[in-house]
Design a protein around this ligand. Structure first.
Ligand code: NAG
Length: 382
């Protein structure tokens, strides 16, 4: 008797799910929007921060409330359709997308398109948007959390600002309880100017006991078809394959770290599970730019640098760093609005002594201390 009841219940649930699936499939079709950055990783984050679509928003922006803490996995991969279109079943209980099945549009059937992921990938969004769309997997320099040019940021609050730092200097871009990202600045000071022109040459992401470095190589003459990117994991250079999955992966005790190409050369996406995602591109300063801004760069250095867009999975309310602070819920941007170059100060608060130092006046991240293991060792002896 009990078994019969159960099987009826199960049958009902299955029926419900398949009805939802049919409905959601109808909704999730079409609309490939060709614009930048999306989290194509298949766990469909509700990335509300990611509104880089409206181009004229740079200047003034009403600070935007952040979405509630993102969930690490709010969808489940389902077998692809016969056409090759991938699908996902949304599980986020708080979202109206709950229990819907989203299907990738036919223009971008998969989350990770082959050929170095040059084509648009499918982006499944199980948030209240509840849609599957086509997006390039690249940094959007006008999007939230971007760091590009001579460094120009767009904060987590959508407010654009410049932070000059100093050439040769290192600054904590983000420092939170679980990780820190430092940037190394390169630059130049043309004769007669009062400040350095700077660019971000390298980023070090430090978490647990690990360090991942992404750096632009120094190149004399820029050549787009030559990879000018160095990736180092705990001090060792790693090679990102060009073929196949075009990605390098490792697992730490707690996290998966993935670096995947998003173009043939000079473009990668970095994912550290539970912490962050970064879309990074290596760019030179071209002759035109050099002239237009009168940087007076030496002719034997292309000043290869990084353009990055960050996404943080679950920043704390106390996150710090030049960029990190702008993600605080209570943050009020001090930068002047409506001027061509709104400046963010705070060099003294965020400067570190090296690319790998976790200490600065306002830094939060601390490496897990050696002491705890030593003292545990001691305790075990008695
Ligand atoms: C750029 O690099 C490619 C591959 O190494 C080479 O074939 C090409 O000649 C280079 N172009 C220039 C302008 O140096």
């Amino acid at each position: 008797m009990a078994t019969k009841k159960w099987s009826i219940l199960v049958a009902l649930v299955i029926l419900l799910i398949s009805m939802e699936a049919a409905i959601a499939q109808g909704q999730g079709n079409g609309n490939g929007n060709g614009n930048g950055n999306g989290n194509g990783k298949g766990n469909g984050k509700g990335n509300d921060k990611d509104k880089g679509k409206d181009k004229e928003k740079k200047k003034e922006k009403v600070p935007k409330k952040k979405s509630p803490k993102e969930e690490s996995s709010n969808s489940e991969k389902l077998p692809a359709l016969e056409s090759g279109q991938e699908r996902a079943f949304c599980k986020a209980p708080t979202s109206s997308c709950h229990f819907k099945t989203l299907v990738c549009p036919s223009e971008c059937k998969t989350r990770k398109p082959k050929k170095n992921k040059k084509q648009k990938g499918c982006f499944i969004d199980c948030s209240s948007k509840c849609e599957a769309t086509c997006k390039f997997r690249r940094a959007n320099c006008d999007g939230y959390g971007s760091l590009c040019y001579d460094p120009r940021f767009v904060g987590g609050d959508g407010v654009m600002f410049y932070f000059h730092g100093a050439k040769g200097g290192n600054f904590a871009i983000v420092s939170d309880d679980e990780f820190q990202i430092n940037a190394h600045f390169i630059g130049t000071r043309p004769q007669g100017r009062t400040r350095d022109y700077t660019w971000v040459q390298a980023l070090a992401v430090m978490f647990d006991v690990h360090t991942l470095v992404i750096a632009a190589n120094r190149v004399n003459q820029w050549n787009e078809s030559v990879d000018s990117l160095t990736v180092k994991w705990d001090g060792e250079s790693v090679t990102i394959p060009i073929d196949g999955e075009a990605e390098w992966k490792t697992n730490t005790d707690e996290r998966e770290v993935v670096v995947e190409r998003t173009d043939d050369t000079n473009s990668v996406r970095v994912t550290i599970s539970g912490l962050l995602e970064m879309d990074i591109r290596v760019r030179p300063i071209g002759e035109k730019e050099n002239k237009a801004h009168n940087y007076q760069l030496p002719s034997d250095d292309a000043f290869a640098h990084l353009e990055t867009q960050f996404k943080f999975k679950k920043p704390t309310d106390f996150i710090e760093g030049v960029l990190g602070q702008t993600y605080r819920p209570s943050y009020v941007s001090p930068v002047k609005r409506g001027v061509a170059m709104p400046m963010m100060g705070g060099e003294d608060k965020y400067q570190t002594t090296s690319l790998f130092s976790t200490s600065c006046k306002l830094c939060r991240f601390q490496r897990p201390s050696e002491d705890s293991s030593t003292s545990q060792g001691l305790i075990a002896q008695y």
